[in-house]
Design a protein around this ligand. Structure first.
Ligand code: NDP
Length: 452
C-alpha cells in the first residue's frame, strides 16, 4: 500500500471543510487543509456572519422610530457606515483567528494556497505536491453576474460588504435570499432601494403567502419592487449606473447589486481531468455519502450544488468524517431543513409549502393568521405578522410552518424539532401557549382557512 503524507486532505477551509477536517482529526486521522483566501469561507468572511451584523445595524432604525410613543426621546439618530464597516471587519478578523486556532488545536495542518488535483491522491498546493489517501473537495461557491451587456458594472454581495461609502440609491437585480436581505438592510440605513425581479414574486420556492406578505411589508418600508421585470443592459458612467429593462424602463443608481444566484467553485481544481463528474451548473456529482465518481475523492457543501446552507455543509462534512474515520456510516437527512431569510421583517420556514403539500399529500388543511404584534400597538407601526401551518388531513401531521415577522428565525428553529419528530396538529393544540408572545399563535390557530 502506498504511504501517503496525510490520511485526509481537504481543499477549502469554509464551513464544510473545517467541520470535516476537525471531526476526522478527532478520530486520529492525519489531516491537512488548504485555503487560498481566508479560513472561515463564505459564511464567516463574506456571507451569513457579516450580513447578520449589518442586519442588526439596520434594525436600529425601527427602534429609534418606535421609541417616542414608548416614552423615550432619542436624539436625532445618525448612521455612520464607516464605523459599522470597521467594527464588522474587526469581528470577522476575530472569528477568522478563532477558526485558524481551532484547526491548530484540532491538529489539522493548514496550508495557504489554492489546491489542484494532479491525480486522485495528489494535490498541488503552494508550489509543492502533497499526497493523501482521501481527498475532500469543499471549495464552496461564488456569485454569478447576469448574462446581459454591462453586467460588469454590477457589484455582488462580496463587494457590497466592503463598500467604502453608503450608496444613496441602489438597484438590486434578483429576488432571492441575497437580494431581499440586502434590500432590507440598506433600506434600513436610508438608501433608496429598487428591486428588479424577473419572477412573479420574491423568493421563488417559498410558500406563496410568505412571498406576498413579505413583498407587502418591504413595500411599506419604501422599497420599490418591480416584478416580471427583465434586464436588457446596464450602462455605467461617471454619474452612476443605469439599468434598462426589456420594456424600456430605466433605473439609475450609484450601485447596482447583482444578486442573481451562486455557482459551485469547481473550476481549475483538476476535477474533470481525474474523472470527477460535474453537472451542467458546475456542481460536483455525489452520492448520499458525498462520494464522487472517483472512489477516494469526496465533496461537501456548496460545491456539490445540493442545499446551499452553512448548517447543511457542516452536517455533510461531519457525516463524511463519521463514515470514513469513525467506521460509522452516516448520511444527511435533507427533509425539513429550517431556513430563514434575514429581511425586515424576517422570514422563517420549515417543511412543505402549501403547494408542495397539496402535490405530495392531496388533502391538506391550512391554518393561517395575520395580526399586529402587541409591540406595534403603542408604537403605531403598521406591520403585521403572518403565520401559517400546513397539515396533512389524513394523518393530522404538521407538514410545514411558515412565518414572516419579528423573531421568525428563532421561532421556526424550535418548530423544526416538532416537525422532525412528526408532531400532529392536535399536539400543537394541546401545547399551552406562552403568553404574551407572538409565537403562541402557532398553538392557538383553531380553524383551517377555506380551501381556495
Ligand atoms: P437565489 O437562488 O436565492 O436567488 C437568485 C435570484 O436571482 C432569484 O430571484 C432568481 O430568479 C434571480 N435570477 C437568477 N438569474 C437571473 C438573471 N439572469 N436575471 C435576473 N434575475 C436572475 O440566490 P442567491 O444568490 O440570493 O443566494 C444563493 C444561495 O445562498 C441561496 O439559494 C441560499 O441557499 C444561500 N443563502 C442563504 C441565506 C440564508 O440562509 N439566510 C442568505 C443568503 C444566501 P428566479 O427565482 O426567477 O430564478
Amino acid at each position: 500500500m502506498a504511504a501517503f503524507d496525510y490520511d485526509l486532505f481537504v481543499i477549502g477551509a469554509g464551513s464544510g471543510g473545517v467541520a470535516a477536517s476537525r471531526r476526522a482529526a478527532s478520530y486520529g486521522a492525519k489531516v491537512a487543509i488548504c485555503e487560498d483566501s481566508r479560513v472561515g469561507g463564505t459564511c464567516v468572511i463574506r456571507g451569513c456572519v457579516p450580513k447578520k451584523l449589518l442586519m442588526y445595524a439596520s434594525q436600529f432604525r425601527d427602534a429609534f422610530e418606535d421609541a417616542p410613543n414608548y416614552g423615550w426621546s432619542p436624539h436625532a439618530p445618525a448612521f455612520d457606515w464607516e464605523c459599522l464597516l470597521a467594527n464588522k471587519n474587526k469581528e470577522i478578523d476575530r472569528l477568522n483567528r478563532i477558526y485558524v486556532d481551532m484547526l491548530a488545536k484540532s491538529g489539522v495542518a493548514l496550508i495557504t494556497g489554492r489546491g489542484r488535483l494532479v491525480d486522485p491522491h495528489t494535490v498541488e498546493v503552494a508550489g509543492r505536491r502533497v499526497t493523501a489517501k482521501t481527498i475532500l473537495v469543499a471549495t464552496g461557491g461564488r456569485p454569478v453576474l447576469p448574462d446581459v451587456p454591462g453586467a460588469e458594472h454590477c457589484i455582488t454581495s462580496n463587494e457590497l460588504l466592503e463598500m467604502p461609502t453608503l450608496p444613496r440609491e441602489m438597484v438590486v437585480i434578483g429576488g432571492g435570499y441575497i437580494a431581499v436581505e440586502f434590500a432590507s438592510i440598506f433600506a434600513g440605513y436610508g438608501t433608496k432601494v429598487t428591486m428588479l425581479v424577473r419572477g412573479e414574486e420574491l423568493l421563488t420556492g417559498f410558500d406563496d403567502d410568505v412571498r406576498v406578505h413579505l413583498a407587502q411589508e418591504m413595500r411599506k418600508r419604501g422599497i420599490e419592487i418591480h416584478v416580471r421585470t427583465r434586464i436588457e443592459r446596464i450602462d455605467g458612467g461617471p454619474g452612476g449606473m443605469t439599468v434598462r429593462t426589456t420594456i424600456g424602463q430605466e433605473f439609475s443608481a450609484g450601485v447596482v447589486l447583482a444578486a442573481t444566484g451562486r455557482k459551485p467553485n469547481s473550476g481549475g481544481l483538476g476535477l474533470a481531468e481525474i474523472g470527477v463528474r460535474i453537472d451542467a451548473d458546475g456542481g460536483i456529482l455525489v452520492d448520499g455519502f458525498s462520494r464522487t465518481s472517483v472512489p477516494n475523492v469526496h465533496a461537501v457543501g456548496d460545491v456539490t450544488n445540493r442545499v446551499a446552507l452553512t448548517p447543511v455543509a457542516i452536517a455533510e462534512g461531519r457525516a463524511f468524517a463519521e463514515t470514513l474515520f469513525n467506521d460509522n456510516p452516516t448520511d444527511v437527512s435533507y427533509a425539513n431543513i429550517p431556513t430563514a431569510v434575514f429581511t425586515t421583517p424576517p422570514v422563517g420556514a420549515v417543511g412543505l409549502t402549501e403547494a408542495q403539500a397539496r402535490r405530495a399529500h392531496g388533502a391538506v388543511d391550512v391554518y393561517r393568521t395575520t395580526f399586529r404584534p402587541m409591540k406595534n400597538t403603542i408604537s403605531g407601526r403598521d406591520e403585521r405578522i403572518l403565520m401559517k401551518i400546513v397539515v396533512d388531513r389524513a394523518s393530522d401531521r404538521v407538514l410545514g410552518c411558515h412565518m414572516v415577522g419579528t423573531d421568525a428565525p428563532e421561532i421556526v428553529q424550535a418548530l423544526a424539532i416538532a416537525i422532525n419528530v412528526g408532531a400532529t396538529k392536535r399536539q400543537f393544540d394541546r401545547t399551552i401557549a406562552l403568553h404574551p408572545s407572538s409565537a403562541e399563535e402557532f398553538v392557538l390557530m383553531r380553524e383551517p382557512v377555506k380551501a381556495p
